[in-house]
Design a protein around this ligand. Structure first.
Ligand SMILES: NC(=O)C1=CN([C@@H]2O[C@H](COP(=O)(O)OP(=O)(O)OC[C@H]3O[C@@H](n4cnc5c(N)ncnc54)[C@H](O)[C@@H]3O)[C@@H](O)[C@H]2O)C=CC1
Length: 360
């Protein structure tokens, strides 16, 4: 991986060229525009390589990847074709270090990786559909570029507060993006998402500017481990930046439903007053729940940025921390939290790599 990482673009372009020339039947499984897709393949390989010595994390990652591939229509027989073209591409671009031993190691690695993914997908097939259709039941434009969408899945959809899903719109087939659930599971089965239209973001612009009640989208399975640990009663310190407030709201509802009296402190960061599009909901929750404190931090007014604002409160040593928002906020938030003495095992957030891949 070290050999090919600097020329990742070439390796992945050549890989897909080989795959589509040798196996044209596989082309329809992929989106028309392949730019983000190319990036994802490499990120997956790098993530696997990064965790090579941590079997538990690596296997959980690959199982999730295998389950997540069901919605693309991936079948077990597709894996050998991908493996052949991957090794074809690696051997061409890593020719300086490639020999029989390297090739044998890659064959073993790829066989192990694909078997874990295939087994996880097969086990999941017994439990859940490959994807869900969901009808948009409401579309609430909160700012010129942020909408709250509520959808009704065609089959029961179970997930945990704090998790996210992948979503495909009818306007951009086979382009999937991550969105966090903005509510804890509801008795009426509806799901909601906060979406911000970002420049050149196909999916986000479609959801904010074109989606209307009655439109049908597709959802992949739930994922993510930013969930509340109900076996402890330690407090929750939550940082939500922009639309990152969505899963934080879900976590607050989850604590409320469990009837626990544990302190929850929410810091809600936004660029301007107008960008605090969900502050009314958060303040209403604060009014009902005496254990909840909500503090808006507006960049233009505050003399410190969101993560640093928590230094003025506390102490936080009895708290678990939850971070959700743009990748830069998560990185600086983790840094601040470590700096004030919160150990990393008490800090939860979604994978920054997946967030980066999810921005449009
Ligand atoms: N589960 C998650 O982690 C979720 C993440 N998101 C992500 O959140 C982002 C939301 O975008 P916007 O609403 O445009 O947010 P934004 O870019 O307007 O930022 C919101 C606030 O976060 C803070 N912030 C931003 N960058 C920072 C940095 N480098 N260092 C410290 N603080 C920083 C600031 O207080 C800012 O006002 C998207 O990238 C989206 O993908 C959205 C929902 C869930």
């Amino acid at each position: 991986m070290a050999e090919v990482a600097p020329i990742a673009d070439k390796v992945t372009s050549y890989f897909y060229a080989l795959l589509f020339v040798r196996y044209p039947d596989l082309r329809p499984l992929f989106p028309a525009a392949m730019d983000t897709q190319r990036d994802r393949l490499l990120k997956a390989l790098l993530t696997a390589a990064e965790h090579i010595d941590n079997t538990e994390v690596l296997v959980a990652y690959l199982q999730n990847l295998g389950r997540g591939h069901r919605k693309y229509g991936t079948r077990p027989e597709h894996y050998p074709a991908v493996g052949e073209c991957l090794i074809g591409s690696l051997s061409r671009y890593a020719s300086a270090v490639w020999d029989e031993e390297t090739e044998a190691a890659w064959v073993r690695t790829y066989t192990t990786i694909s078997q874990i993914m295939i087994d996880a997908a097969a086990a999941d097939e017994l439990l859940a559909p490959a994807w869900w259709h969901a009808e948009v039941v409401s579309h609430d434009l909160r700012t010129p570029d942020v909408a709250i969408l509520t959808v009704r899945p065609d089959q029961p959809y179970s997930f945990l507060a704090g998790q996210y899903t992948t979503l495909e719109t009818p306007w951009w087939p086979r382009i999937w993006r991550h969105y966090s659930f903005a509510s804890a599971p509801r008795s009426d089965g509806l799901l909601s998402f906060h979406v911000k239209a970002v420049p050149a973001g196909w999916v986000s612009n479609a959801l904010v500017h074109h989606a209307r009640p009655g439109d049908i989208i597709r959802l992949g399975p739930p994922a993510g481990s930013m969930t509340v640990d109900h076996t402890t009663d330690s407090g929750l310190l939550c940082l939500g930046g922009g639309t990152g407030i969505a899963p934080i709201k879900a976590l607050v509802e989850d604590v409320a439903e469990h009837g626990e009296r544990r302190p929850v402190e929410v810091f809600y960061g936004a660029r301007t007053d107008h960008d605090l599009y969900d502050i009314d909901t958060m303040l209403r929750l604060q009014q009902i729940h005496p254990w909840l404190a909500v503090r808006p931090i507006v960049d233009q007014q505050a003399h410190v940025q969101l993560p640093d604002a928590i230094r003025e409160y506390g102490p936080w040593n009895e708290f678990d921390a939850y971070l959700s928002g743009p990748p830069g906020m998560i990185r600086s938030g983790v840094h601040t939290l470590r700096d004030i003495g919160i150990p990393s095992e008490r800090i939860r957030h979604d994978s920054v790599e997946e967030l980066v891949a999810a921005v449009d």
